[in-house]
Unconditional design. Structure first.
Ligand SMILES: [Zn+2]
Length: 290
C-alpha cells in the first residue's frame, strides 16, 4: 500500500550508506494554500520542502532544521523549517518570474544557510550553503559533501500536487564505499521518476530502485504541515511595533489584521484587544526596543 506524506529511512546491508525517501501530497498542498506562487517558485519551494524533511528526519534530538535563502533575483526570500517530529512550515516571497528563467537567475546573488537548532540547550549551528547554478538539490549535495564532509546524493522532485525526494549519505566509519558503488547509487536515484514518487513512498519502490543491493527499510514516519505561530507571538510582534503605530493602524482601518506568512492565519485586533495588548506594558509606543 502506498504511503503518503511520509519519510521512509533505510540503510544498505552491504554498504555504509544510509538514506531516506520522502513523499508529500496533503502537506505540500497545504504549504501552498493562501499563496499564489508562480509555477517555477512553487517548484523550488517544493524541493526545499522535501529537502528539509530529509535533513530533519535524521535529527537525534528535539530541534529543527531551517533552510533559508535570500537573493537579489526574483525569489527574494525562501524559508523552510522542519522539526525532528517532521512538522513542516515554509514560504517564499517573489517578484514575477520571466518565462524560462533558470534556477541561477531566480536566485542570483543568493545567500543560503542551513540552521540546526537543538532547542534552548545549545546555540544553533549554522552552515552556509554555496548555491550551485543548476539546482537546490545540487547546492545541498555540495554543501553536505564539501562543507559537512558527508558525501551525499540528493534528488528532489516537485509539481503542483506533490513533492518528494531521496537522500543518500555515506556513513562515517572504517568501511568506506567504493567510488564505483557511490557513482552507481547516484545514477540509480537520478532514475527515480516523478510518477513513481507521486504514487507514494513505499518500501517496494526502494527495493525496485536498488534491485542489486540489499536495502533494509525502517518504518515510515508521518510528515505534516504545522505552523508554530500563536496569539502570544503575534501580540509580541505588535508590542515590538509599538503602541503608537498599532493605534495608527487601528485608526485607519478600524481593526488591525496580522496575517501569518506561513499558514495564512489572520488574527484580528479591535480597540479592546489593542488596549489589552498594551495594558501594563512598560514601554510607551514611541520608544524603541533595543
Ligand atoms: Zn502560522
Amino acid at each position: 500500500m502506498p504511503i503518503k506524506d511520509a519519510v521512509i529511512p533505510f540503510v544498505f546491508d552491504a554498504l555504509p550508506v544510509r538514506g531516506a525517501l520522502v513523499q508529500m501530497d496533503v502537506t505540500w498542498q497545504r504549504m501552498q494554500e493562501g499563496h499564489q506562487y508562480d509555477g517555477s517558485v512553487a517548484e523550488i519551494l517544493g524541493h526545499a520542502t522535501a529537502a528539509a524533511a530529509l535533513i530533519a528526519q535524521s535529527l537525534k534530538f528535539d530541534g529543527s532544521v531551517t533552510l533559508q535563502l535570500s537573493s537579489d533575483g526574483p525569489i527574494s526570500l525562501l524559508v523552510m523549517q522542519c522539526t525532528d517530529k517532521l512538522d513542516l512550515r515554509g514560504m517564499a516571497i517573489s517578484q514575477s518570474i520571466a518565462e524560462g528563467a533558470t534556477f541561477a537567475e531566480m536566485v542570483s546573488g543568493a545567500r543560503c544557510a542551513v540552521t540546526i537548532d537543538a532547542g534552548a540547550m545549545e546555540r544553533p549551528y549554522q552552515g552556509i550553503v554555496e548555491i550551485s547554478p543548476e539546482s537546490l538539490a545540487g547546492s545541498l549535495e555540495n554543501y553536505f559533501t564539501r562543507s559537512v564532509q558527508v558525501p551525499s546524493h540528493l534528488k528532489l522532485d516537485s509539481c503542483a500536487t506533490h513533492c518528494g525526494g531521496i537522500l543518500l549519505q555515506q556513513m562515517p566509519g572504517e568501511k568506506s564505499v567504493s567510488e564505483d558503488d557511490w557513482r552507481r547509487l547516484g545514477i540509480l536515484i537520478a532514475t527515480l521518476r516523478s510518477e513513481e514518487l507521486a504514487a507514494g513512498a513505499t518500501p517496494d519502490l526502494l527495493r525496485k530502485l536498488f534491485a542489486e543491493d540489499d536495502v533494509r527499510v525502517f518504518g515510515a514516519r508521518s510528515v505534516r504541515f504545522s505552523c508554530r505561530c500563536s496569539q502570544e507571538k503575534v501580540e509580541e510582534v505588535l508590542r515590538f511595533l509599538g503602541e503608537a503605530e498599532t493605534r495608527q493602524a487601528l485608526k485607519e482601518k478600524g481593526q488591525v489584521d496580522v496575517t501569518c506568512e506561513y499558514c495564512g492565519r489572520v488574527r484580528t485586533f479591535d480597540t479592546v484587544d489593542v488596549s489589552r495588548v498594551f495594558a501594563g506594558h512598560v514601554l510607551a509606543g514611541t520608544e524603541s526596543i533595543h
